[in-house]
Design a protein around this ligand. Structure first.
Ligand SMILES: [Zn+2]
Length: 1037
């Protein structure tokens, strides 16, 4: 039995004992070592980079041979002269019509332009060097593409396995968004058939519909070969995806102008009669810009690596499968800008309504083919920085005076180069060692920090993980307590994270349990049995146990195993239903502080903390408020207790990951604050049962351990003179106007930073962004990660829009507000004036903006309805604030794949998010990075059902089981492979729900079909286009 030492805390009632940690950690972690790429030899070039160098050379020779008309200005979207006007024609298509197919891909054209722009200024040439080393002999272009490799598979079919991007984000397992929140509850809304305003789009394929469908082609959609047919609709036979767009000019689509006059948009989107009217417009959904088609086109264009040596070039869309080569600016996985051509003045931003913002994921996972930021060591001199603005050395600093000084790219001031760092310059003005030094040639690198960068100038200790487990009645009864102890013992302690090159993990672990009391455990390796200590004073929690609370699992494994066996037994018959939470977190912070370590608290909690203690909460849920003006009351914290706790965590290098298992309201709006401010994460498992959720909990914890996580982090964004960061969005704590503090930050977390002009930027130079993240690694090493990005500056609207990154715009917009109509109206006014008034003109780079805005107005997190619980709303809001660009993309426009004709080892083509695209003889999977559904059509072949679920008919499929059985047949294998692929891709063990066509859950499922009218409101995509068009016209008038 665990020795109980009640009152044992008394002896420690004084101030915390002095810590036993050594003033200096074992020096092993901090021995300056040569970065691996230096050890490998003088050249930093990977074979890919060398190849790319050659490619670059090839491009420049190619571009210099171009006539001037092929430069970027010509390639930029210009007023569309195309007619007769198909409305809603994306500009890409218009351009393609205007320009005969060019043998030169767009990115090459842009490169040629850049060189043109760079000519006048020597400094520009230096800043964006052509990156062609003289010692690389030129080779014929045929060598450049090389044989098809795994990295660049030949393009056969869109969205084959190897061409799908690897998503590194989305940690959270669970989406309780919307309907499915409480899966064992009956849906809160009646089935869709009772919803009068759904009559338009909810008609099932092959059924007579009371309303004419948008597209006559709907009736073609049935049958097992649905996917083929659908694709052939999107792309007329024999046509490539891109050229098929030109088909838009074919049969004229009735224009808004012709059909609808100035009353383009027929009133309220959900109003029945008006809706019929809009249907009469018969805009063919196949003729409007759609996500699936654009992704396929982008994927086809993205066969080559994206090289970062040319400023102002738009990176590939996040959802495409691309490889980046860092040659001066950092990988777009780290920083994405909303525009790569920054407006030169504030009034241009005001006019265009395009936010200038950055989406920063400083620890983003890279693909295996991409270069991780190498670690450099400046020795005792520490990081080389600009004397004035403190920017760190980067590829855009310009050395002068024979290498004795450098001009800062950010503030333009000179800094002397110390003798330790001096090197001579070559005839191009570049340091002779620029290839050897990552800070001189790469956009991302790390620096081994010196003691000045450590807290109290002391080397940090390795981090600690503290597991704090609810042992109240509901935790015991659901089997949660037993399950957590079991997986910790059998699995998780073997998965503790370590630095890349380390052999074993140096992470310490500690254990505590709580109900209305708090229990700590001594797991010192010299003990025969673990000891329990009960904290009696919850008002002023202190750490009763310094020696023996945190231990290395390798050293104390027997005691830990014994503890994890005994905890479930000890509390097996508890009747305690009340719990505390505030003192639990406070004690965790004290434990870390006492041990002089940073780390994480893993808190597993099942109920609202109503026991008498600091942080006590009451049930204040009022679902009636959701969707009303008053919803902000219940979506805001009830007090600042947990906010303050989060701040204390952040300042002590501690993050709280909260795993909640509610059967009722938990007030996540309040307790989630501690996760938000500390840089932690909330995981939610409604109505937990080991059978349904155990595997998911285990996988989420494994992923949580295995992703790159750092602690005690400070992030700062520096920019060139003239612009500066003003607004910071995300989950972190700010103690001053410029620095973001994270108790912990990991590879799945992202922040948004908005930039503002102080001054007019000169258009003849570039502008630069530098993100510096100071942190303690998982092995306790103090490092800096430096990410630098160069952007061009423009005064011309025509070059602003081509530089727009829709992904980043949407990521930013999802965190604040949308201004789509204003953006497009400004575009229309400045770039497409000569077009006829009846057309809705979309800039090429923003042509998907309307569909994403359509998604936004239906998004559960932003739009309250009473079908989503209060806690689910809070959880979603928390989630979105930390989402990176890829995850936002997936959240707004779910991926759908057909399962009924899936082939071995392939990812089927994506299907558009519209019920029209479904066949009642089919089966489909839908996923948005938070949740996954399998939809089964009512006329599905029983063989498929037998193969997947092991039962002879659809009616016998138990939707509650939420599982594809592990059956030995090809269909089952293919489907399970696909689901595994999706979960790996999303870095999250997405919860699966099974939906039968026309069952009571289906309306909730349909809410994810973004192109259709939302079942709780929200216009269809086509309706929204009308609306947008009218808005733009109003603005322009
Ligand atoms: Zn400077």
């Amino acid at each position: 039995m665990i020795e109980q030492m009640r009152g044992g805390t008394q002896q420690y009632s004084g101030p915390p004992l002095p810590q036993h940690s050594q003033p200096f950690q074992s020096q092993q972690n901090h021995v300056p070592s040569l970065p691996p790429y230096i050890q490998n030899g003088p050249s930093l070039m990977t074979p890919q980079m060398q190849q790319q160098q050659l490619r670059t050379m090839d491009m420049s020779s190619l571009s210099s041979a171009l006539p001037p008309s092929q430069n970027i200005r010509a390639a930029a979207p210009m007023p569309n002269q195309f007619g007769p006007p198909p409305n809603l024609v994306p500009e890409a298509f218009q351009q393609q019509q205007q320009q005969s197919p060019s043998p030169i891909p767009p990115q090459y054209q842009q490169q040629s332009t850049f060189q043109g722009q760079a000519n006048p200024s020597v400094s520009n040439q230096n800043r964006v060097s052509p990156q062609i080393p003289s010692h690389f002999p030129p080779q014929p272009p045929s060598n450049l593409s090389g044989p098809p490799s795994a990295a660049f598979p030949p393009y056969k079919q869109p969205f084959q396995v190897s061409q799908i991007p690897t998503f590194q984000n989305q940690q959270t397992p669970q989406s309780l968004s919307g309907p499915v929140g409480y899966s064992q509850q009956p849906p809160l809304m009646p089935p869709i058939t009772n919803q009068p305003n759904l009559s338009g789009l909810n008609s099932y394929p092959n059924q007579p519909s009371s309303m004419p469908p948008f597209s006559n082609q709907q009736s073609n959609l049935s049958g097992p070969t649905y996917s083929q047919q659908q694709r052939s609709q999107a792309y007329p036979p024999g046509m490539q995806p891109i050229s098929s767009q030109s088909n838009l000019s074919g049969p004229p689509v009735p224009g808004i102008q012709q059909q609808n006059g100035s009353t383009g948009y027929p009133g309220q989107p959900s109003a029945g009669p008006q809706f019929q009217q809009s249907q009469q417009q018969r805009i063919d959904p196949d003729m409007i810009p759609n996500v699936v088609q654009v992704l396929e086109q982008m994927q086809e264009k993205t066969q080559e690596p994206f090289i970062t040596n040319t400023l102002g070039v738009l990176p590939p869309l996040v959802a495409t499968n691309f490889i980046c080569q860092d040659q001066g600016s950092c990988n777009p996985r780290f920083i994405r800008a909303t525009t790569y051509s920054v407006p030169n003045a504030a009034d241009m931003i005001k006019q265009s309504h395009i936010p200038v913002a950055l989406a920063i994921s400083p620890l983003a996972s890279l693909r295996s083919e991409e270069l991780e930021p190498p670690i450099t060591n400046f020795g005792d001199i520490g990081p080389v920085r600009c004397h004035r603005c403190k920017a760190y050395m980067c590829s855009f600093m310009q050395f002068i005076d024979g290498g004795k000084r450098f001009i800062c790219a950010f503030c333009n001031q000179c800094t002397d180069v110390g003798t330790e760092y001096f090197n001579h310059l070559d005839h191009n003005g570049r340091r002779l060692d620029w290839y050897q030094r990552p800070e001189l040639c790469l956009g991302s690198y790390e620096i081994l920090a010196t003691k000045q960068y450590c807290k109290d100038e002391k080397w940090p200790e390795a981090p600690a993980f503290i597991f704090m487990i609810d042992v109240s009645y509901s935790s015991v009864r659901s089997g949660l307590l037993h399950f957590i102890c079991q997986i910790l013992k059998d699995e998780l302690l073997n998965y503790l994270p370590k630095d890349k090159n380390a052999e074993t993990s140096t992470v310490r672990v500690g254990f505590a349990t709580f109900d209305k009391q708090l229990h700590f455990y001594n797991i010192k390796n010299t003990l025969g049995q673990p000891q329990m200590m009960i904290v009696s004073d919850l008002e002023e929690v202190f750490m009763p146990l310094l020696d023996g609370f945190l231990a290395l699992p390798d050293e104390s494994r027997n005691v830990i195993n014994s503890l994890l066996d005994q905890i479930p037994q000890t509390f097996a018959h508890t009747q305690e239903t009340e719990t505390i939470l505030g003192p639990v977190i406070q004690a965790g912070i004290e434990a870390l502080k006492g041990a002089g370590r940073v780390g994480k608290l893993y808190i597993f909690s099942t109920t609202l903390p109503i026991a008498v203690a600091p942080g006590k909460l009451a049930n204040r849920d009022d679902k009636k408020l959701l969707g009303t003006d008053k919803e902000k009351i219940i979506l805001a914290p009830v007090n600042n207790f947990y906010t303050k706790l989060g701040e204390e965590c952040a300042q002590n290098g501690c993050a709280v990951d909260l795993f909640v298992f509610p059967n009722n309201y938990l007030d996540l709006a309040t307790i989630g604050e501690v996760c938000r401010i500390s840089g932690g994460q909330m995981y939610k498992f409604n109505y937990f049962s080991v059978e349904n959720d155990g595997e998911r909990l285990l996988n989420e914890l494994k992923r949580n351990f295995q992703r790159t996580t750092v602690f005690d982090a400070l992030m700062r964004v520096r920019t060139s003179t003239g612009i500066r960061p003003i607004d910071f969005l995300g989950n972190f704590y700010m103690t001053n106007a410029t620095e973001m503090t994270f108790g912990s930050i990991d590879s799945d977390k992202s922040v948004c930073v908005e930039l503002k002009h102080d001054d007019k930027l000169p258009t003849e130079t570039n502008t630069f962004i530098q993100v510096a993240l100071l942190y303690t690694s998982i092995s306790g090493q103090r490092r800096l990660r430096i990410l630098t990005l160069g952007l061009t500056v423009t005064a011309a609207y025509t070059s602003l829009y081509p530089g727009c990154d829709l992904d980043a715009v949407m990521n930013y917009t999802a965190k604040v507000v949308n201004q789509a109509a204003n953006m497009l109206a400004c575009y229309r006014k400045n770039c497409a004036q000569s077009t006829t008034a009846g057309q809705l003109i979309l800039p090429e780079t923003l042509k998907l903006l309307p569909i994403y805005v359509t998604a936004l107005i239906k998004c559960d997190a932003l739009i309250g309805t009473q079908t989503v619980t209060t806690d689910d709303r809070s959880w979603l809001i928390h989630k979105i604030m930390a989402m990176d660009v890829k995850s936002t993309f997936a959240y707004l426009y779910p991926r759908i794949f057909a399962l009924h004709n899936i082939e071995e080892d392939t990812i089927p083509p994506m299907i558009r998010c519209s019920y029209e695209r479904f066949s009642e003889t089919g089966a489909y999977v839908l996923e948005n990075g938070l949740v996954m559904y399998i939809w089964l059509g009512s006329q599905i072949n029983p063989t498929v059902i037998q193969c997947l679920f092991g039962v002879p008919s659809l009616s016998q499929v138990e939707a509650e089981k939420c599982k594809i059985l592990d059956l030995d047949n090809q269909i089952s294998k293919n489907v399970r492979n696909l689901l595994n692929y999706i979960r790996n891709d999303r870095n999250s063990h997405l919860k699966l729900f099974i939906v039968h066509q026309r069952d009571s859950i289906e309306p909730f499922f349909k809410n994810y079909l973004i192109e259709d009218k939302g079942f709780t409101g929200g216009a269809s995509y086509v309706d929204f286009l009308y609306h947008l068009h009218r808005e733009i016209r109003n603005i322009l008038q």
